[in-house]
Structures are given as C-alpha cells and as structure tokens.
Design a protein around this ligand. Sequence first.
Ligand SMILES: C[S@@+](CC[C@H](N)C(=O)[O-])C[C@H]1O[C@@H](n2cnc3c(N)ncnc32)[C@H](O)[C@@H]1O
Length: 156
Amino acid sequence: MTSRHLIDLAQPVAILLVAVLHFTEDHEDPWAIVNCCKDLMAPGSYLVISHVTADHIAPRAARQAQAVYADASAPGVARTREQIALFFAGLDMVPPGLVNVSEWRPAHIGPPPGPAVFYAGIGRKKAPGGPGEIHPQHAGPQDEAACWQEAARQRA
Ligand SMILES: C[S@@+](CC[C@H](N)C(=O)[O-])C[C@H]1O[C@@H](n2cnc3c(N)ncnc32)[C@H](O)[C@@H]1O
C-alpha cells in the first residue's frame, strides 16, 4: 500500500510541511524536494509550510540553538524569510502571506506577538484556466520519478 492508494493526486490536496523543512540542510536542497511536491500536486492544491527562523534573534543565541541539535538525529536549520519564501515560488500566497506564525489568523485579539521564531505561510497552486478553475485532468508531473531522482542526486 502506497500513498497513491490513499490519495488521489489528480484532485487538489493540501501538503503540510509543518515544522519539517528546518530538519533538512541546504546541501540536501529542500527547495528541489518542495518543487517536486509542487509539480505533483494538482492545480487548486495548497502547500502549507512553517519553518524556524533566526531573523530576529542574536547570532549567538542562534548558534546555541543550532548546537542543541548537533547530537540529534536531524539538524536544526534556521532560515531567513527570503529563503523560506523561495519554497512558495510559483504559488499564490493566501493572506496574510508568509508571516510570523502567531499572526496567522489568531482566533482572538491578544497582545501583539513577539518577534517571529517561526514563519508560516500557505500557497495555492494556480489553476491553468484562470482564477479558481480546477484542472480535472491533472495527473502529476510529466516524469515524477525523474523529479525525485534529480532531487536525490542534488542531495548526494
Ligand atoms: C516537529 S515534528 C512536526 C510534526 C508535524 N508536522 C506537526 O506539526 O505536528 C518534525 C517532523 O519532521 C520529521 N523529520 C525530521 N527530519 C526529517 C527529514 N529529513 N525528512 C522528513 N521528515 C523529517 C520528523 O519525523 C517529525 O515528524
């Protein structure tokens, strides 16, 4: 049983990469991995990402936080807002955009959030025929296997 038996990728889906991508290092090219996901998902699909940032903390504190993960099974990689925004390239951002996770449609009005430690955003894959139109024939990228192989090759 594979995910293909459970998820119909010809239909719009939501891909949740929530607190995941900061466990990949730049040399693994997480952007290439996310590009494969974007190719694979049908128009009208959503990509959700939250990601740790060190944009607003002192470099020393950022290094200490990274050191905590030095002996863990996966590294902790803080990225800038600009680097995280690249994951959404080609998608339409859902308001309020790529912002401090605390600013993502809070259920109640509270004190203003502190500086962002996590950014979060949601992007929607454009429909080829115009706004809101879902393409019924989508069947994934032309060559899905090649996309993953290329992403893996870049990680090697
Ligand atoms: C902080 S948890 C977030 C889990 C879930 N997305 C959530 O928000 O509750 C981080 C997840 O990233 C996964 N993870 C860590 N390194 C990964 C990697 N290199 N590739 C894929 N997943 C990874 C872990 O297994 C874990 O499930």
